[in-house]
Design a protein around this ligand. Structure first.
Ligand code: PRX
Length: 649
């Protein structure tokens, strides 16, 4: 990490915008001055300009009860109407909203008029199943149009969706269903992944097997055509039900602070947090950032964000941002390398994608395969590239710029979080001179700072903790059902500033360089995982006496999960270390989901602990990354690290 940071800080290449790009850019340098004159007013202007309000708001920000913000709270709108009907009414019904590409090569292009019609029917279907304003609906779907349709149908009713990534296990799904007290689950028989159908419905069946939940129905989209079990009276086929409902549906207006969705994310404890987002402020900031950060021209651009709707990026920059802006986008079901390693580039060529948004981990894995693969496709339509989820190392930035962007497309490195709801730090194409590896500047209307442990600004040239110093429209409104945890996690440390959990440094120009998490949250392929959650999964196995998990740096995935496990004496002979490690890796994948499966598990006799019993993860990270073990003087037993490293050699 230290050498990586040094390397980052020595990066001095600059990429100013071309004159031509700057002359035609959506954003202009004046936008910063405009926002600086008053950020609340700036956001009020954006909210009026970018959205349709059934009832215009007269109040902008209510921060009288911090840290619980209210934005535009006497205004009323319908989020789905903003993403659909109004584009049709404005004469853009024939514009393609979604070019959907299935992994096996089947495809479907859906216009705004068609998408609106589908969502209206889906809203009627959900109403017929008893979904009312405020009810929670769990969505567990592959990347098919119905995922977006389901989200918008829930939003149209003023209900609340909780999308659960299809890679999460039955147990993780159940925990989320219970926490949100969902009454309906929308799933599919299965979806295509890596050349075959990956079933989803069995996980829903397993999740709902034990009593104690309030799910009345499971709505099943037919996609994989795999055989599924059926619970009569509970399970319903989406295609059968939707054929029977009315096509007309009038969108009702809801207050701007009506909850829109809950999305679970990993924190420092074992229990995922249900991040709550509401309607008017959220939609304002996702629409604003989608338009300005990606230089969007909805009439001519074809936009593609590769994120799954199961993550925040898929909520804000697949579902809500692009549709609120009336953009045409690509939605792809499968993996980047199925059925061949050029699949993504083939899709860009096929649809003439002009704006492309993905994660550094994907870029690094393409780099490994070599430039000849993308070079086999026509990528000249690309004009803006985006990066999200983790710091992009300068090598990957340059490769992305040269090989994918033809040496000219600007790259926006966007920093944000599930909690922030929308992009917070990013260059603006055509305005900002780009620096590979730096996320650079807060977007207009956002106040970011880098502070020391006492909350004091560190000044240029220094490192510290990243904070947001003023409330922002798309900020989380809390943790579902747990206001205390919301206060403690994000506000306790600095009182009046939001603590993001990331380390950052300000360079001499005041630009921001993200340095990774400062807590026990790992970032694997741009996905957040908690060390505590994986540790508690490991110790739930009868073999395991104690476990410690660290995020070790990994060339492709950024970080990788590495676990150190002490096996119970009574089980020591049951399996060899290799067998135990395989078994436990499978156990974690089954309990949490394949994304959490440790890359390596070391079976050890001891764990390094301080005198107060705290595990020294820093030392374990040294072992996991193959480094000389650092200072061990604060260990209760200084010989422990020797025992661990001897065993592993
Ligand atoms: O550590 C930061 C990292 O991802 C975390 C947020 O993860 P999540 O809520 O899953 O959202 C990911 C997609 C928005 C942050 O705390 N992160 C995200 N984007 C960047 C980043 N780190 C550095 N540079 C980025 N551009």
């Amino acid at each position: 990490m230290a050498s990586q940071i040094d390397h980052l800080l020595n990066e001095s290449r600059r990429f100013p915008p071309s004159e031509e790009f700057a002359a035609n850019a959506v954003a202009s340098p004046q936008i910063y001055a405009q926002a600086a004159a008053g950020s609340a007013e700036f956001w009020a202007d954006q909210a009026r300009e970018l959205l349709h309000w059934h009832t215009p708001f007269t109040r902008t920000l209510d921060w009288s009860n911090p840290p619980f913000a209210k934005w535009f709270d006497d205004g009323e709108l319908n989020v789905a109407y903003n993403c659909l009907d109004r584009h049709v009414l404005a004469g853009n019904g024939d514009r393609i909203a979604i070019h959907w590409e299935g992994e096996p090569g089947d495809s479907r292009s859906i216009s705004y008029a068609e998408l609106t019609a589908e969502v209206k029917k889906a809203a009627n279907l959900l109403t017929s199943l008893g979904v009312r304003t405020g009810d929670r609906v769990a969505i567990y779907l592959p990347m098919i149009p119905e995922a977006v349709i389901a989200m918008l149908a829930v939003a149209r009713l003023g209900a609340v969706h909780s999308v659960v990534f299809g890679g999460f296990s039955a147990e993780s799904l159940r925990a989320r269903i219970d926490d949100a007290n969902a009454k309906l689950v929308i799933t599919a028989d299965g979806g295509w992944r890596k050349g075959k159908v990956s079933p989803l419905k069995p996980a829903v069946d397993a999740a709902l097997e034990s009593p104690g939940h309030n799910v009345r129905n499971v709505l099943v989209v037919r996609r994989g055509e795999n055989t599924v079990d059926w619970v009569e009276g509970r399970d319903l086929w989406w295609h059968e039900e939707i054929a029977a409902v009315d096509a007309d549906h009038v969108a009702k207006a809801f207050p701007a602070e009506n909850p829109l969705f809950i999305l679970y994310t990993s924190g420092t404890t074992g229990k995922p947090k249900g991040i709550l987002h509401t309607s008017g402020g959220y939609l304002t900031q996702v629409a604003f950032t989608h338009k300005n950060v990606f230089d969007l021209r909805p009439e001519s651009d074809v936009y593609w964000c590769t994120a799954d709707v199961g993550w925040i990026t898929g909520h804000s920059y697949v579902a809500y941002g692009p549709l609120a802006n009336g953009a045409t986008q690509v939605l792809y079901e499968g993996t980047p390398d199925s059925p061949h390693p050029g699949r993504w580039w083939e899709i860009i060529e096929k649809y003439g994608v002009s704006i492309f948004y993905t994660a550094p981990t994907a870029i690094r894995s393409f780099m490994k395969l070599g430039r000849q693969i993308p070079q086999g496709f026509d990528l000249t339509s690309l004009r803006v590239l985006g990066s999200v989820g983790e710091p992009i190392n300068p090598e990957a930035w340059i490769w992305y710029h040269d090989v994918i962007g033809g040496g000219s497309a600007p790259i926006v490195d966007t920093w944000w979080q599930t909690e922030t709801g929308a992009i917070m730090i990013s260059a603006l194409p055509g305005v900002t001179s780009l620096k590979p590896g730096s996320a650079q500047v807060p977007i207009p209307g956002i106040r970011i700072d880098v502070v020391d442990d006492d909350g004091q600004h560190v000044g240029t040239g220094n490192g510290g903790l990243l904070v947001v110093s003023e409330p922002w429209p798309s900020m989380l409104r809390g943790i579902w059902g747990d206001p205390d945890r919301y206060r403690e996690t994000y506000w306790q440390k600095f009182g009046d500033k939001y603590f993001a959990g990331d380390g950052a440094r300000l360079d001499d120009d005041g630009d921001i360089w993200l340095l990774g998490r400062v807590d026990d949250v790992m970032n694997v392929s741009g996905h957040r995982l908690s060390t505590a959650e994986i540790e508690s999964s490991l110790v739930s196995h009868p073999y395991v006496a104690e476990a410690a998990v660290v995020g070790a740096s990994d060339e492709t995935t950024g970080q990788a999960v590495v676990a150190f496990v002490i096996v119970k004496a009574s089980q020591a002979d049951v399996a060899s270390a290799a067998e135990a490690s395989d078994l436990l890796r499978a156990h974690v994948a089954q309990q949490i989901g394949a994304i959490a499966r440790p890359r390596q598990i070391f079976i050890v006799a001891e764990l390094p602990k301080t005198r107060s019993g705290k595990i020294m993860r820093r030392l374990l990270r040294d072992v996991a990354e193959g480094r000389e073990v650092g200072d061990t003087t604060t260990l209760a037993d200084t010989s422990v690290m020797q025992i661990i490293t001897d065993r592993l050699q």
